[in-house]
Design a protein around this ligand. Structure first.
Ligand code: SF4
Length: 712
């Protein structure tokens, strides 16, 4: 009889527990795990069909290489492929210096791989050029949380706390579509009478379930948060005792929102004064309340300031650290977006959230790694800043791309694709031939989730075990094996502590624990043995007797003085505003049936059947004005590019706004690469767009828009 393996879904940050049981014929039966406390058996359509990709006919099972640009990729041996990569790295670094080789990772890599990729860049390649696609996901919230709380953990409390919140304000988050199993906690709260408020330009599935929907103009969430804080101050709702005891910086914030009068905020955001006022009063008068932000608020050129504004409101109302059911949090996106940024894939970070720019942090990690601290490179540049200079003088000439597809997922993607074409050499490790892999000189096939062991860290800071259920196909290797081989070939395979790049994920994890010990993201006490024994462990967990930290901030914040910091931020319209040529606003996001750049989900028959093609959601009024039928072709054009997608009518969206899911190639040709000054997050969520019907149909003119539907 086949033995079931307890593991986790490969996709989003919820990391739902699943059970995989091998079947005759080599397939895997997948079921949700009732014993895992986050999803309690529930799965979304993506997770339910995740095992179907294991034996997919397009699965890469042999290394591929091309002789020169323009020629096709052909199967080669592993030795040949790795020799080519080694030669390209050596040549580029000899001619152009160490930083001519770059690494670009993914938020889906396990903790062990994320850690090892960061170490490979710093120790084997000695390059400063490493970043990852999580930069495009939660970097703004991470920067804001670090600044305000001294720590970046998506949820500083278990997700189940949502069930204890009397009021939840969700800003730019649509879990009912993107992570449906999470909704059981919202439903439990509503059953107890909780009031949920959603801020979103669209009436999403989540908004439909809410008590109140604030249909804001894209890119105005900072103004909304400040306007609501103004109301809280005006109406005497701030928690003065909490502010005095647990925070610093209040006076500057109080002054900063003085001019954010309700009528001005209404004009900017499109949210009525009455809705703002009612929401502030709900939050302030509830016994328990939380504010949750997500990519809708954060993926902006002012994303850090926007997340900060919502944190300011939460602090003014005394929510963080109040106890179960209260606080501020960000609902992170990628499967291991959290762990991926804690252990060294980010340009400025070392394992355990240590800083590359900090001499003490450098010395600590260098000691664990058995290298001289002076050998470690300085901090590098952020993801888009690396991508936009590929192939240029002073830029990266050889790129190692691991489990990421920036040709689809990066902003201004057509330009990024051109930059990929300018590289001297591209190495892609993946299990499908992604759009980015089509530019590769060498493609190295890797294992999938069900074929490997490791750990991931979900949105709550909970560390979970990925377990191998089946053997990988012959010819496939793990990234750990690939980096081990490359480091050996580069003559950097070992140092004073022995082998630098072991291939056993448990050995890598134990080194990660040591490297994170004493850091902000301290995993030292979280062992595979404890996880395998069924313990629920959240970082920080400094030693093996420590129970872990499911809830943060009860006594103090992890800042030098133990207090949270208010940070004054003001609304300055940084996004492209509509004009005569581009009269509408474009916003992007995730759909129910696909995930990220779609490399996996667009190959899954069930998910393709559910959502076969790229589409744009339009208000029927806008659709009528341009003369496009529901289901007809519509061309979207921005200052950067143009795509044709299928029109989908919905009267739940603002008539001045178009929504497109970003899972399909070319959609990110439209989006703006303007970067947040702190987090370097691109402006994914708002830009000006022109909309036109493709093919003949006469425009239908609707009455003038209602005043609240006009651009503010
Ligand atoms: Fe997987 Fe996320 Fe769906 Fe859960 S909600 S099944 S983790 S994609």
């Amino acid at each position: 009889m086949s033995v079931a393996t307890q593991t986790h879904c490969p996709y989003c940050s919820l990391q739902c527990g699943i059970r995989l049981t091998p079947q005759l014929g080599g397939t895997l039966e997948l079921a949700g795990r009732e014993d895992f406390p986050v999803n309690r058996g529930g799965l979304c359509i993506k997770g339910a069909h995740a095992a179907e990709l294991i034996n997919h006919p397009e699965r890469l099972t042999t290394p591929l290489a091309r002789e020169r640009r323009g020629q096709p990729l052909r199967p080669v041996t592993w030795d040949d492929a790795l020799d080519r990569v080694t030669e390209a790295i050596t040549r580029a670094q000899d001619v152009h210096g160490r930083d001519a080789v770059g690494c670009f990772g993914g938020g889906g890599l396990t903790n062990e791989k994320a850690y090892q990729f960061g170490k490979f860049a710093r120790v084997a390649l000695r390059t400063a050029m490493i970043d990852y696609n999580g930069r495009f996901c939660m970097s703004s919230a991470a920067a804001a949380a670090n600044r305000s709380f001294g720590i970046d953990r998506g949820l500083p409390f278990p997700l189940s706390d949502v069930a204890d919140a009397e009021v939840v304000l969700l800003v730019g988050s649509n879990p009912a579509d993107t992570m449906p199993p999470a909704m059981q906690w919202f439903a439990a709260a509503r059953d107890r009478g909780a009031r949920h408020v959603v801020v979103d330009p669209r009436e999403t599935s989540t908004a439909k379930l809410a008590r109140r929907h604030l249909r804001s103009v894209p890119g105005t969430d900072l103004a909304l948060a400040n306007g609501m804080l103004h109301i809280a101050i005006r109406d005497g709702l701030v928690d003065q005792a909490y502010i005095a005891a647990r925070t610093t910086g209040w006076d500057a914030v109080r002054r900063a929102v003085r001019a954010d009068w309700p009528d001005r905020t209404e004009r900017i955001t499109g949210v009525s004064i009455s809705d703002m006022t009612a929401t502030v009063h709900d939050l302030a008068t509830a016994r328990t309340a939380m504010i949750l932000t997500a990519r809708g608020a954060e993926q902006h050129a002012d994303g850090t300031a926007t997340a900060t504004a919502w944190i300011n409101l939460a602090l003014a109302l005394g929510l963080p650290g109040r106890g179960r059911g209260s606080g501020w949090a960000t609902v992170t996106g990628q499967g291991n977006g959290q762990g991926g940024r804690e252990h060294g894939q980010k340009a400025d970070q070392l394992p355990g959230y240590r800083k590359l720019a900090d001499p003490a942090d450098r010395a600590f990690v260098a000691d664990v790694w058995g290298v001289d601290p002076d050998e470690l490179p300085r901090p590098g540049v952020s993801a888009y800043e690396m991508l936009e200079r590929l192939g240029t003088d002073g830029g990266v000439r050889v790129l190692l791309l691991a489990a990421s597809n920036p040709v689809v997922s990066a902003p201004n993607a057509a330009h990024v694709a051109e930059c990929f074409g300018a590289l001297d050499f591209l190495v892609v490790t993946d299990f499908f031939l992604s759009e980015s892999a089509r530019y590769a000189n060498v493609v190295l096939p890797t294992t999938q989730f069900a074929e490997e062991d490791g750990t991931l860290t979900n949105l709550e800071g909970r560390v979970v075990r990925r377990r191998r259920a089946v053997a990988p196909p012959a010819g496939v290797r793990t990234e750990l094996e690939i980096w081990h081989e490359l480091a050996s070939r580069l003559g950097r395979g070992s140092g004073s502590r022995g082998e630098h790049f072991p291939t056993d994920p448990r050995v890598v994890y134990d080194e990660l624990r040591r490297a994170s010990a004493g850091g902000i993201a301290d995993y030292n006490g979280i062992t595979w043995e404890r996880l395998d024994a069924g313990e629920e462990l959240f970082w920080p967990c400094p030693d093996e007797a420590h129970p872990g930290s499911p809830r943060l901030f009860a006594e103090r914040f992890p800042t030098p003085d133990g207090r949270a910091r208010f940070v004054a931020v003001t609304h300055r319209s940084v996004t492209e505003r509509p004009d005569k040529r581009f009269p509408y606003l474009l916003t992007t996001g995730r759909s129910r049936s696909h995930y990220q750049s779609g490399v996996q989900t667009r190959r899954n028959a069930a998910l393709v059947e559910a959502e076969p093609v790229a589409y744009a959601e339009l208000h029927p009024r806008l659709a009528g004005e341009i003369g496009v039928d529901d289901g007809g072709a519509v061309r979207l054009t921005t200052r950067r590019g143009s795509v044709v997608v299928t029109a989908r009518y919905t009267d739940g969206i603002r008539p001045d706004t178009v929504f497109v899911p970003f899972h399909w190639a070319r959609v990110n040709d439209l989006t703006s690469a303007r970067l947040d000054p702190t987090s370097r997050m691109p402006e994914f969520k708002s830009c000006a767009v022109a909309v036109a019907a493709v093919g003949a149909r006469r425009p239908v003119h609707h009455p003038d828009p209602r005043p609240e539907e006009l651009h503010r």
